[in-house]
Structures are given as C-alpha cells and as structure tokens.
Design a protein around this ligand. Structure first.
Ligand code: FES
Length: 105
C-alpha cells in the first residue's frame, strides 16, 4: 500500500450490495461491496454531480439513481448514458477487519 492509504470502513460494516460515502477524504469517495468484492470509486456522477452511493451497486457496476447512468467499477468507464465521462476508481485492500483505499500519491 502506498503512503496515501486511508481506512474506509470495517469489513463488517457493509453487506453485499451496500455502499456508503468515505469520511474524511478531500474528494468525494464511495466504498461498496458487490459479489463479495470491494470497490472504491469517485462518489460523484459525472452527468450532473449526484452521489453515486445513493444508487445501486451490482455485478461490478454502479447505477446513478438520478438518470440511470452506469459505470464499470473496475475501470470507471461509462457503461450507460447519459453520463459520458468516466469516474475515478481506486485500489482497495482488506487488512484484518478493515478496508483501505489507496489514493493517488
Ligand atoms: S446525475 Fe447521474 S445520471 Fe444524471
């Protein structure tokens, strides 16, 4: 892990299919779990600035609840319009009972 790693949450704080904003980061970041996998992502829909943690996470994709844009949580690329710009995604590490996010250095 790089020195710019932050603790996102406890492993047992989210069930599969759940997400939440990460507290204390400069940029808005969300953490979520789907299919037993953890994902960290820019918590802001690029279509009209809406928090993606209010949407749905499923099969390594996230859907914005406002107008239905979808993003791949592995690459950040748009999978469904109306968004046209990618979101940032971040490496996630599970260490013991905690989930950590690697931010850019
Ligand atoms: S704000 Fe997310 S699809 Fe429009």
């Amino acid at each position: 892990m790089n020195p710019n790693t932050v603790r996102a949450c406890a492993v047992d704080s989210l069930k599969d299919g759940e997400m939440q904003p990460v507290a204390g980061t400069v940029d808005p970041i969300g953490i979520g779990k789907a299919g037993g996998e953890w994902f960290a992502f820019e918590n802001n829909c690029t279509h009209d600035d809406f928090p993606l943690t209010e949407g749905v996470i499923e099969d390594a994709e996230i859907e914005c609840p406002l107008h239905g844009a979808r993003y791949c949580l592995r690459t950040g690329k748009v999978r469904a319009v109306p968004a046209t710009c990618s979101i940032r995604v971040y490496p996630v590490h599970v260490v013991g009972g905690d989930v950590f996010i690697e931010l850019p250095t």
